[in-house]
Design a protein around this ligand. Structure first.
Ligand code: MRU
Length: 378
């Protein structure tokens, strides 16, 4: 895996953010190029992955992250292994196991792997099988961009319905924009649509401890999109609700169980509790691929536990002083830390789940199953 400065010009998104993930075919052989999200917003650096192992490492370190993009990265990882002649089953297993909570990762990996297996069985030709895996990855990438645009439309309609007075003040958590998607994202895409329609008064951005996806990434995207945004510590959300400054909460999801329980970045559940207490809608925005019919309920969702040093140290990569994780220690040496990456919000606290197929509200297992069935028919 090699680093290089992100290119300027045609590879950038309309907001000026470098392309988040792309397939390149230089003379030395195909590669997957990722924008290294651990280095943002200080540096726009790309990682050039020449094999699936490099992608696995990028996924684990959160250089590439966010549920929809993990699915896309997983699919390209399978294609990379196939095109470069590596053992595809082994690469697929390693990619799928890189992070446990976002179901999109497994969905993306399995889709590319199935395309590879089907083409291999049909043609007996490894080159054509590799092409099929790559085509599956490209299709997923494109579909995610389309889903993102449709979620933005449905989500804005719902916001306008729930908040007819307009001038929405929206609180969001973690990062759910173009950095996690083939398009403009999930929850952030809805806020962006409201901004473009002149109906977003303010985006409240939770910093999202410990890895600061809100401060580093959502603030970076909001600034690039000229949105009115304000950053707050996660602890400040309660007083912001109490002051009547939040009209709606918009978050993404990493896995939605069959009963409508939502796993998302840790800190989402407390926001849902606050929102209910203050009579504010708590809206989840996610593509249908995030709904996992094989996970019956919230208790069955595997929540990733991250290393304690992410809590006991400030781990920004540009920080020069080294602790065990490479950052500045902010707790006594040897302190144990509780560091789940996600939490689970029960369906009764979720006002609506918005997908590319429309919104489900109230959130019930039956309504979700119906929506998924509709999406499979399309
Ligand atoms: O640990 P991360 O940064 O991958 O967590 C990302 C989130 O929790 C997002 O909110 C989620 O993936 C939804 S993004 C559309």
């Amino acid at each position: 895996m090699a680093d290089r400065d992100a290119r300027s010009g045609e590879d950038r998104l309309p907001t000026g953010i470098p392309a988040v993930l792309r397939w390149e075919e230089p003379p030395e052989g195909p590669v997957v190029v990722l924008l290294d999200q651990t280095r943002l917003p200080a540096e726009e650096v790309e990682l050039v992955c020449t094999d699936a192992a490099a992608l696995v490492e990028a996924i684990r370190s959160l250089a590439v992250r966010g549920a929809p993009l993990l699915g896309i990265a997983g699919a390209y990882g399978v294609a990379l292994a196939a095109v470069r002649g590596f053992e595809v089953a082994e690469a697929a297993a390693a990619l799928e196991g890189a992070r446990p909570t976002a179901v999109n990762l497994a969905v993306g990996v399995r889709r590319a792997r199935a395309a590879h297996q089907e083409a291999l069985a049909r043609t007996g030709d490894t080159r054509r099988a590799a092409d099929a895996a790559l085509a599956a990855a490209r299709a997923l990438h494109q579909e995610d961009a389309e889903a993102s645009a449709r979620m933005a439309g449905h989500g804005l309609r719902l916001l306008d319905e729930l908040l007819p007075a307009g001038g929405h003040r929206v609180l969001t958590h973690c990062n759910t924009g173009s950095l996690v998607s083939g398009g403009e994202g999930t929850a952030f895409a809805v806020a962006l649509a409201a901004h473009r329609a002149g109906r977003l008064r303010r985006l409240w951005v939770d910093e999202t401890r410990p890895l600061l996806q809100g401060a580093r990434l959502t603030a970076y995207e909001a600034a690039r999109s000229d949105m009115a945004y304000t950053l707050l510590t996660d602890n400040a959300a309660g007083s912001l609700f109490a002051a009547g400054e939040v009209d709606a909460v918009l978050v993404g999801a990493d896995r939605i169980a069959a009963d409508g329980s939502v796993a998302n970045k840790v800190g989402s559940y407390p926001l849902a509790v606050l929102a209910r207490y203050h009579h504010v809608p708590f809206i989840v925005v996610a593509p249908v691929t995030t709904v996992d019919p094989d996970t019956p309920d919230g208790a069955s969702i595997e929540v990733e536990q991250r290393p304690g040093y992410e809590v006991t140290e400030v781990t920004a990569p540009q920080v020069p002083v080294a602790g065990a994780g490479g950052g500045i220690p902010v707790a006594p040496l040897g302190t144990q830390a509780y560091n789940p990456a996600f939490d689970v919000t029960p369906p009764e606290l979720v006002t609506a789940i918005v997908t590319e197929e429309g919104a489900v509200s109230p959130v019930t297992g039956e309504a979700l199953a119906e929506l998924c069935a509709r999406s499979r028919q399309v």
